[in-house]
Design a protein around this ligand. Structure first.
Ligand SMILES: [Zn+2]
Length: 457
């Protein structure tokens, strides 16, 4: 089946029948001629979707480069897809080869998904997530739905935010504000759960970011998960209710029953723990008190540089302010190692299935790139980027001749609509010299060679 959908410039896009994922609003399909892009087709089209997508495609994140050729920080909507009648049916966006952040909450998922399955990589993932959120905030965008489902991580530990069509943003031309249209309650701050109306601020994202970071660094333990002491025996608890009541394991551990399986909070590096204490303490009900994404970024990168390595297990890394290796201690107590060394002679793992820039995945598919060995690491959380499996843009996607947004009025130069080129493929090479200059060099070399030949003869 091939749908007859086209870009606003009238170019038809060969949408495959291969379904990559689905969510509440739509289904994501592969394209027949490239692995660099995919198409989200709405099953339930939001109000003002056409206006929203065209405005989003003009914002700076549409042109952001990533850390390496196979990486993008955000899977941003690139181009509207229209039917024969000109109605918006979906949009094009980058296709991302990565797994959901939740895969990294478990030892097996980490080993399967990461080139370097260590806590050092988790720290790097957390820092990169904070960096991306801070970058969006710096251009006036509030995500509104910071949750592990919306964060993809590739084998090098690089982070891509997805579901970006639901963010809160302001149109570059008309200054109209588009609200956030989606949230995940388990990561929402109390004021959103309690029906806060109106414009969001970065402080709402800061709460979800803090929860995601703590969950990632504490082996998947959500800080607000657990049975509250306040509950009667016949009452059911929930994470959402615990968030409303400020019942969490970081600032009020005595308010939750212990199960004995909790990951120790002291594992968090000192600077990171201080931010968590601020966010879930004074910042819980006062958004202005919450640490910003930039503060998280800074604390996490600092913690990455202060890491200690274990003498027993080369995959054990821990905060420099701890006395000994907590992973060895946990391994002895639990009987299994959360960061096990690979078995001697073990072959590289099969690559993980690819994940499109959309909600839950459907049947896994093999990655396009062959498996790779982790490159050697330097100090700090800095796994290296990998080569792109396929970043070649389809040949029939030239830059549009004019902005396709229905928004009237002039657009800032920085917000010109993106081309369909994959953002990481260099669109413009820096000028390093004219072809005329190169010609002179060639001529000079020829003359020198002729002179040498004559001299020899
Ligand atoms: Zn150890």
């Amino acid at each position: 089946m091939q749908r007859r959908l086209r870009t606003p410039e009238g170019r038809y896009v060969p949408i495959s029948s291969q379904q990559l994922g689905f969510g509440a609003e739509g289904i994501v399909f592969a394209l027949e001629d490239t692995l660099a892009l995919c198409a989200k087709i709405y099953t339930r089209r939001p109000a003002d979707a056409a206006y929203r997508i065209n405005s989003l495609a003009l914002l700076p994140p549409a042109t952001w480069d990533g850390q390496g050729r196979d990486h993008l920080p955000v899977a941003w909507p690139r181009r509207a897809l229209l039917d024969e009648g000109g109605e918006l049916r979906g949009f094009l966006m980058p296709r991302v080869t990565a797994v959901e952040l939740e895969e990294l909450f478990e030892p097996r998922g980490r080993v399967m998904s990461l080139d370097e399955p260590t806590w050092r990589t988790l720290l790097a993932v957390a820092a990169r997530l904070a960096e991306t959120v801070a970058r969006l905030h710096s251009v006036g965008i509030v995500i509104g739905d910071v949750s592990p489902k919306n964060v993809l991580v590739n084998r090098s530990g690089q982070v891509t935010l997805i579901d970006c069509d639901t963010v809160q943003f302001t149109d570059a031309g008309t200054r109209r504000r588009f609200p956030n249209t989606k949230r995940t309650d388990d990561y929402a701050p109390p004021e959103m759960l309690n029906g806060r109306q109106g414009e969001l601020t970065p402080a709402q994202d800061a709460f979800g970011l803090a929860v995601v970071i703590c969950t990632l660094l504490m082996e998947g333990d959500h800080p607000f998960e657990g049975r509250a002491v306040r509950l009667a025996p016949d009452q059911d608890g929930s994470i959402v209710e615990n968030i409303r009541m400020q019942d969490n394991r970081i600032t009020y551990p005595e308010r939750l029953h212990e199960t004995g399986e909790e990951h120790p909070v002291r594992m968090l590096p000192r600077g990171v723990l201080e931010l968590a204490l601020r966010c879930f303490g004074p910042g819980h009900y006062d958004p202005e008190e919450r640490p910003t994404a930039s503060e998280w970024q800074s604390a996490l990168y600092t913690a990455g540089h202060d890491l200690m390595g274990c003498r027993v297990n080369g995959r054990h890394f821990y905060g420099g302010d701890l006395d000994g290796c907590p992973w060895c201690e946990l391994a002895e107590r639990r009987g299994d190692d959360l960061y096990p060394m690979p078995a001697a002679g073990a072959r590289p793992r099969a690559p993980r299935p690819s994940r499109p820039a959309a909600a839950r995945p459907v049947p896994p598919r093999p990655r396009q790139a062959p498996p790779r060995q982790a490159p050697p690491r330097g100090p700090g959380p800095a796994p290296q980027p990998a080569p792109a499996p396929n970043a070649t843009p389809p040949p029939y996607y030239p830059p549009p001749a004019a902005p396709s947004s229905p928004v009237p009025g002039p657009q800032p130069a920085a917000n010109q609509p993106p081309t369909y080129q994959y953002a990481n493929a260099p669109a413009n090479q820096p000028a390093t010299g004219s072809s005329g200059g190169s010609g002179w060099v060639v001529l000079l070399v020829v003359i020198v060679v002729v002179v040498i030949i004559i001299a020899i003869l």
